[in-house]
Ligand binder design. Structure first.
Ligand SMILES: C[S@@+](CC[C@H](N)C(=O)[O-])C[C@H]1O[C@@H](n2cnc3c(N)ncnc32)[C@H](O)[C@@H]1O
Length: 251
């Protein structure tokens, strides 16, 4: 991509999210994010131009066939809202036997991951620059071994709770994308959001809580601390992990 193409890419990518048509109902959807761009470094801009063709996946209408994206068939992990992506990169490095697809709207974070993926020559990592709610339908059903959402924006004020990502309609979109026994892993450091998420997930007949005792889970060894989490820990925040598996609903 040259610089002009990059600018076209940014505007076309995000025109997709202006109006949504989820579940066949045209609506102006409340988004789970506010795009505060921050400044992209020169290196991050260069990464969009030079590394997108290798590590980037364009949002659009076409179905994304994992085997086509990665050139092989391997368990696929989807991470939504990876932030600066350091923990996603660490997981991709630690698990070469798995493939990782990250979706984020924060371009400096995406630029950062592109640079890291290039420097580490990671063949099992791809990123999308898009609103996850808009592009989920591009993934085939039963294609994901795990969906991970670490520290989704907490939107702590009651009047903003409607912006929270983990709500029943969104989970309803996620579940069919999991293969049987595939896992949905969410972590948050916001206590009332943690309880709300747990209740949302418990109410889904096709999801079974993997945690001993059916409550919150311990942090699995595969999940590194994320940037947002480390900041929360410095402020004394607790963390709640939730781990559910797709299962046959009981009849
Ligand atoms: C609080 S940050 C956490 C980032 C990272 N997971 C961490 O723990 O450091 C939440 C991230 O989710 C992203 N996000 C929110 N809604 C999203 C959506 N609908 N699609 C993709 N990314 C989203 C935001 O841009 C933000 O980077």
């Amino acid at each position: 991509m040259n610089t002009d193409d990059t600018m076209k890419f940014f505007s076309s990518t995000f025109s997709v999210v202006e109006d949504s048509n989820i579940g066949g109902e045209a609506s102006r959807r409340i988004r789970s994010f506010v795009r505060r761009e921050g400044r992209m470094t020169r290196a991050q801009r260069r990464a969009f131009v030079e590394c997108w063709a290798r590590f980037g996946v364009d949002a659009g209408a076409a179905t994304l066939e994992p085997e086509w994206l990665f050139g092989r068939r391997a368990p696929l992990v989807l991470e939504i809202g990876f932030g600066d992506g350091e923990s996603l990169v660490a997981m991709a490095m630690a698990h070469p036997e798995m493939d990782y697809l990250g979706i984020e709207v924060h371009r400096p974070g995406i630029g950062h991951v592109l640079l890291r993926a290039e420097a580490l020559d990671l063949s099992n990592l791809r990123v999308m620059c898009a609103d996850a709610v808009e592009v989920l339908r591009q993934l085939p059903d039963e294609s994901l071994a795990r969906i991970q959402i670490f520290f989704p924006d907490p939107w702590p004020k009651a009047r903003h709770h409607k912006r929270r990502l983990i709500q029943p309609p969104f989970v309803k979109m996620l579940v069919p994308k999991l293969r049987w026994a595939g896992q949905l892993h969410v972590a948050t450091d916001c206590e009332d959001y943690a309880h709300s998420i747990l209740n949302v997930l418990r109410a889904v007949p096709e999801l079974a809580n993997v945690a001993d005792g059916g409550g919150f889970a311990s942090r699995p060894a595969y999940r590194p601390l994320t940037r947002f989490e480390r900041r929360g820990r410095r402020l004394g925040h607790e963390v709640w992990d939730m781990l559910f598996a797709r299962s046959q609903p009981e009849v």
